[in-house]
Design a protein around this ligand. Structure first.
Ligand SMILES: [Fe+2]
Ligand SMILES: [Fe+2]
Length: 287
């Protein structure tokens, strides 16, 4: 085993311990996913589940009234939301409301305000959903969920990055190296690896866990379309100025071809992502 990996083993153990100690995902997310996946389920069951948690219901109504989801008509109750927004969009709202509570604090190690990582995350979620919808529609729901939490590993790593602030600054002093490269060099692993452990802990489907694990190097998994979709959505979102990893479209390897995205589609996507984030981003989370 290389020296660096050997040296960082206790650190990795400590970080994985921190992942183990994370609180479980809100039950509501898993219950809602199960209801939505069941063809025999009804709006009523979903309504009942949401109404049981008042704070959660308020969040759902807020997002439902954002200018993106609330275009058709404003909603004032969960009953309204299920009818006006529909089951499919409601599932998206539940995912956003559940994830929003994760992105509440500034990442002092990464020097990222909560709002920046939240906007990046919902940008990638939306971009991934649109790309999947265009090219592989069956993956659209998973693409949205995976996009939303693809960088959750940063939340865990932040305190360890902060403890090594000087080493990170030194490594990145000339602006040639990204945080991602610094993670690998200084910690011996990257946030995607930790994010995959979080997904496992939270019982996310394996397809999402694997795609998140390889969202920086999807070509290591030849046939995993979801990993390529998240990778491309991540880079397109970074190109809109919502950049937190310093990666560019030029570093996308063969992902654009795998996903089948054309240059003119990229420009269009950049506009759509920016609009979505502006309309939905500040309704919940990131502050
Ligand atoms: Fe990332
Ligand atoms: Fe990202």
């Amino acid at each position: 085993m290389p020296d660096k990996l050997l040296k960082n083993r206790p650190l990795k153990k400590a970080i994985l311990g921190a992942v183990d100690n994370l609180p479980p995902t809100p039950n509501i997310l898993h219950k809602a996913r199960a209801i939505i996946a069941d063809p025999n389920s009804s709006f009523k069951e979903l309504e009942k589940l949401i109404i049981n948690d008042q704070a959660f219901a308020v969040k759902i109504i807020k997002i439902a009234n954002s200018s993106y989801y609330g275009r058709v008509k404003k909603v004032s109750s969960i009953q309204d939301a299920t009818v006006i927004i529909g089951m499919k969009n409601l599932s998206e709202l539940i995912t956003i409301a559940s994830a929003s509570s994760l992105f509440k604090k500034t990442l002092i190690g990464y020097e990222l305000p909560a709002r920046a990582i939240w906007r990046h995350s919902i940008g990638v979620a939306f971009g991934a959903k649109i790309i999947a919808g265009m090219k592989y529609p069956a993956l659209a729901d998973d693409a949205f969920s995976a996009g939303l939490i693809h960088d959750v590993g940063k939340l865990i790593l932040d305190e360890y990055v902060y403890e090594r602030k000087e080493a990170f600054q030194e490594f990145m002093y000339d602006g040639q190296q990204t945080f991602l490269e610094a993670e690998k060099e200084i910690l011996g692993f990257e946030h995607a690896e930790i994010a995959a452990k979080v997904c496992k802990k939270w019982n996310f489907p394996k397809s999402i866990t694997v795609a998140i694990r390889y969202h920086h190097q999807p070509s290591r998994l030849m046939s995993n379309k979801l990993a390529h979709i998240i990778h491309v959505a991540d880079q397109i979102t970074e190109s809109t100025g919502m950049d937190i990893d310093g990666i560019t479209l030029e570093s996308s390897g063969n992902s654009l071809e795998v996903v089948g995205l054309q240059i003119d589609e990229i420009a269009q996507l950049m506009d759509e992502i920016t609009e979505y984030v502006d309309q939905v981003g500040d309704t919940v989370g990131g502050s």
